[in-house]
Ligand binder design. Structure first.
Ligand SMILES: Cc1cc2nc3c(=O)[nH]c(=O)nc-3n(C[C@H](O)[C@H](O)[C@H](O)COP(=O)(O)OP(=O)(O)OC[C@H]3O[C@@H](n4cnc5c(N)ncnc54)[C@H](O)[C@@H]3O)c2cc1C
Ligand code: SF4
Ligand code: SF4
Length: 371
């Protein structure tokens, strides 16, 4: 991993408009902060290497190195990444009802992990007004308060950093793919901190095609005259082409063509749709609103799912072959688009030793993704 620090993070990520506000560089030191959806520098830092640059999912990511450290295998470009099993899943009777995004699988798994003390707490994403608001929850009741997708990019990892600094360990995190990547880089202790202790013991990854700029989404909702408390936001499957916002005053549909205008540029070079570096990954099931697609990736993820089923938190069914095929096609297309864009922007595999790249991907993976 090539290590740099704040100056290069500002130049390569903030300066190129690639920041997705994941929060990985916030609350490590006094120099970065996050405010209403934006990550900003408060004071300059003169270190030559820093965790801010090392953790950032948009700065110098060596995919082979991170995948080997996290999964034991190099990044080979397979559409949905390393995994053990795939299922269709939803919350079982032990998980109390609330407004889940889809089947409630994420809330069910977090509740099971908390109730069984497999984790000491979980870093989740709640909301404050129309802004996503990360928080550490300690109980399944608090986990239910955070159910539902906030389609804005959220500085979730700032709370992970804050709690780790306070000495909290054995945390679970619900993360988008870029956040799962940042967590994997954190786990590598890239700056060789002598007193390093990994604070994360479980990562539940979400599928993600894009997130929205939080401030721009707030402005778009205001422009559309959308008032009241947001109960749920959703992106129904094609051919709908709308972003649906349900509030306590009614439901409004915004054309996706308008919504796509407020996707941060950093999402356009993101190759991961299914959170390949998580213990389990959860997304929608094409055409079945009350279910999730569940991908089990690690032994830890498999044990959690087994416990959740045996204790009634979770129910699983077979995932049909055509749904796996369609998911793989969508994931492969995201990889293809991301690599093409990174190449076009000069951010893929810069040739010389001194040059910095957003993404480093092996020749073999490149050939697989873009034959
Ligand atoms: C920005 C974004 C884009 C997504 N894009 C896709 C997609 O393209 N295809 C697809 O199949 N699924 C996508 N999802 C995932 C999907 O919307 C559901 O989150 C997933 O299916 C889990 O459903 P559930 O019923 O189990 O969730 P619930 O049980 O309702 O739990 C949702 C969990 O998501 C967490 N969360 C909410 N918002 C955020 C956020 N902004 N950042 C990090 N964590 C958050 C909460 O902490 C909560 O724990 C996306 C989610 C997000 C947040
Ligand atoms: S993408 Fe994340 S780690 Fe990188 S600059 Fe933005 S908030 Fe910081
Ligand atoms: S598309 Fe990628 S970079 Fe953008 S929010 Fe989703 S995971 Fe993060």
């Amino acid at each position: 991993m090539k290590l740099f620090a704040q100056t290069q993070l500002l130049e390569d990520v903030q300066g190129k408009g690639l920041c997705v506000g994941c929060g990985a560089c916030v609350d490590l030191c006094p120099y970065f902060t996050t405010y209403r959806g934006k990550t900003a520098m408060l004071f300059p830092c003169d270190r030559e290497t820093g965790r801010c640059f090392a953790y950032c999912p948009k700065a110098e990511v060596d995919y082979d190195e991170v995948y080997k450290a996290r999964t034991g295998r190099a990044f080979d470009g397979t559409p949905i990444g390393p995994h053990l099993e795939t299922y269709k899943a939803k919350a079982g009777e032990k998980t109390a009802e609330c407004t889940f995004q889809c089947g409630g699988t994420v809330t069910a798994l977090i509740s099971c992990a908390l109730d069984n003390k497999m984790i000491s707490g979980a870093v989740l994403t709640d909301s404050e007004g129309r802004m996503p608001k990360p928080r550490l929850v300690r109980t399944s009741e608090q986990a239910r308060d955070c159910a539902g997708s906030k389609y804005s990019a959220s500085p979730t990892l700032s709370v992970l950093n804050r709690e780790a600094k306070r000495g909290v360990r054995n945390m679970g995190v619900v993360a988008t793919p870029c956040q799962a990547l940042a967590i994997s880089q954190m786990k590598m202790n890239p700056t060789d901190k002598p007193d390093f202790e990994d604070p994360v013991s479980l990562v539940i990854g979400l599928f993600c095609t894009w997130a929205l700029d939080a401030r721009k989404l707030e402005a778009l909702l205001a422009e559309k005259g959308i008032e009241g408390k947001i109960i749920k936001a959703d992106v129904p499957p094609p051919p709908a082409e709308v972003f649906v916002v349900e509030t306590d005053q009614g439901t409004v549909e915004i054309p996706l063509s308008e919504v796509r205008e407020i996707i941060p540029e950093g999402c356009s070079i993101c190759p991961d749709m299914t959170s390949e570096l998580a213990d389990v990954s959860v997304g929608q099931v094409e055409g079945e609103a009350g279910f999730n697609t569940l991908i089990i990736r690690t032994q830890k993820g498999a044990e959690l799912v087994k416990t959740a089923i045996s204790q009634g938190y979770l129910v699983t069914e077979n995932l049909e072959g055509d749904k796996i095929h369609n998911l793989a096609t969508a994931s492969a297309n995201k990889k293809k688009r991301a690599l093409a864009k990174a190449k076009e922007m000069g951010l893929l595999n810069t040739p010389d030793e001194e040059g910095r790249a957003a993404m480093r991907v092996s020749e073999g993976a490149l050939n697989k993704i873009q034959p």
